[in-house]
Ligand binder design. Sequence first.
Ligand code: IMP
Ligand code: MG
Length: 179
Amino acid sequence: MKTVQVLDKKFSLSISEKEIQEAITKLADRINEDLKNQDVIFLGILNGAFLFAADLFRQINFDCQISFLKVASYVGTSQSGTVKRLIGINEDIYNKTVVILEDIIDTGTTMENLIKQLLGYEPKQILIATFLFKPDAFLKNYDIHYIGMKIPNEFIVGYGLDYNGFGRNLKDIYTLIKE
Ligand code: IMP
Ligand code: MG
């Protein structure tokens, strides 16, 4: 079992770089087919989604735009319960198809808050593309249009996801080993 240490915690390999890239290719194929005739702006959510956004965006084959927003809700391995405000919404999303690119949807609180704020800018529609989804942790009932992979309700790091700011540069995804 391949393990890594991030700060004070040990994690074991759960999703390889190859599996990650295959899932992203499948997502990109669907988005290319579904949205090719629309006026699309992708909105990547920093920091976690920067790698996913870059890898997915490279595989989009129609004319479109991308921008990045920042929100944060996590402190350490448990939720802080507070969702911070949106930073960086300076791109015109009015009347456009917005595709939110998120690294992971856990309880769904961050995304719900984001959607509420974005609706105020009157986009044509908002679609959600998340690389990872924890169905057993999800507490909301909105649609998630594009999901790369469903994962168990466990804490993970790597591929943009962090533990207290570290581990984002791991190429694979690792799951916390409970002591
Ligand atoms: P939610 O509001 O509970 O859906 O949490 C979403 C945010 O929490 C994500 O954008 C991530 O930044 C963070 N998050 C959720 N689960 C994990 C995890 O397993 N590892 C690292 N960050 C996570
Ligand atoms: Mg995030």
